[in-house]
Design a protein around this ligand. Structure first.
Ligand code: DC
Length: 223
């Protein structure tokens, strides 16, 4: 079974999706990490991220791997280089929407995401277009949402813990900007699939949300 989890930046997707995958014993795929890895590589190679041909070539030509280490910790590599931490930097976060809106980049990465389903029939896949574009036939689709203020607070705490120097107001601005780019882009905008279950995580704990999704998945499996 494929469990598609979509939602905006810092809606709690990653934490929840990893835990759901662990509880169900499913493979976990973080598609945002793939867009981030391509962005990281472009910045590293000093490629202008608005140069569409160059970023498409990068997305097509790069080998991206997401592998589980242990205890729901995942390693992300691009062409063999470990970028697990580097792809979460504010610089990558600020540039990733520009890269993710390029149709050719999306085509290349969606192809890779679909190819995982041939190897892993049971997956939890998180992103922005999983239920709408990548796996429109997913048996369970969940759309997570939370207020921009709550999402900014979550991202702030996360980055602070990692030692980044950040300002809450700047993060909130960045989240609102990214939401706008992600939801208004022409290629696969962030949209709720008509058959997705919406869960507002603003005032819920992670374990409550995880339990809700696991219950939905179990119900689906009993059908
Ligand atoms: O979930 P995240 O913040 O790590 O995602 C990083 C960026 O990638 C974000 O700007 C949206 C984009 N993205 C996308 O366009 N499609 C996906 N399936 C996943 C992420």
């Amino acid at each position: 079974m494929i469990v598609a989890i979509d939602g905006p930046a810092a809606s709690g997707k990653s934490t929840v999706a990893k835990e759901v995958a662990k509880r169900l014993g499913y493979k976990y795929i973080d598609t945002g990490a793939m867009y981030r890895a391509v962005t990281w590589k472009a910045l590293k190679e000093k490629i202008d991220v608005t140069n569409e041909d160059a970023v498409v070539a990068l997305a097509k030509g790069s080998q991206i791997e997401i592998s589980e280490l242990k205890n729901s910790h995942y390693k992300v590599t691009i062409d063999g280089e470990d970028v697990t931490e580097a792809i979460r930097s504010p610089k990558v976060s600020a540039a990733v929407s520009t890269v993710a809106k390029v149709p050719g980049v999306r085509t290349a990465l969606v192809k890779k995401q679909r190819s995982y389903a041939d190897i892993y029939p049971n997956m939890v896949v998180e992103g922005r277009d999983i239920g709408t574009v990548v796996f429109p036939d997913a048996e369970l689709k969940v759309f997570l949402k939370a207020s921009p203020v709550e999402r900014a607070k979550r991202r702030y705490r996360e980055l602070k813990e990692k030692g980044h120097k950040v300002e809450l107001s700047a993060i909130e601005r960045d989240i609102i900007t990214r939401d706008k780019i992600d939801s208004t882009r022409a290629a696969s905008p962030l949209l709720k699939a008509p058959d997705a279950r919406v869960i507002d995580t603003t005032s819920k704990t992670i374990s409550q949300v995880v339990q809700e999704i696991v219950n939905l998945a179990k119900k689906e499996l009993m059908k």
